[in-house]
Design a protein around this ligand. Structure first.
Ligand SMILES: [Zn+2]
Length: 109
């Protein structure tokens, strides 16, 4: 068991940081035994990068949905609406995948 720094974000996401201290089972200099323990935790008050990315994609998706609704009212934009709807679907899939990654990380703590 070797000791590492850990960073935790307010949203629950975390990652390992710098290697801090070897345990007494590991004698090779600079090597780690593979079992990680928390040396100390650096708490981040804001959200993690994944949340940032999700937020940006959500905003883009919502803007596209607004556009689609406006175009539907205006009419005559069928091709553009279809194209944009595909982009919205893509974004929704990406957002879903990002959340899966995020939740998986929270589960493994
Ligand atoms: Zn997050």
């Amino acid at each position: 068991m070797c000791y590492f720094e850990m960073t935790r974000w307010s949203c629950g996401y975390w990652k390992w940081g710098n290697f801090k201290q070897q345990c007494n089972k590991e004698y090779r200099t600079g090597e780690t035994c593979g079992l990680k323990l928390v040396f100390d935790t650096a708490y981040q008050m804001d959200h993690c990068k994944i949340c940032d990315t999700i937020g940006k994609k959500e905003r883009r998706k919502n803007k596209m949905k607004d556009d689609i609704n406006r175009w539907r009212r205006e009419g005559n934009r069928r091709a553009t609406i279809e194209k944009t709807q595909q982009d919205v679907d893509d974004l929704e899939r990406q957002i879903y995948d990002l959340w899966e990654t995020h939740l998986e990380k929270q589960r493994t703590l």
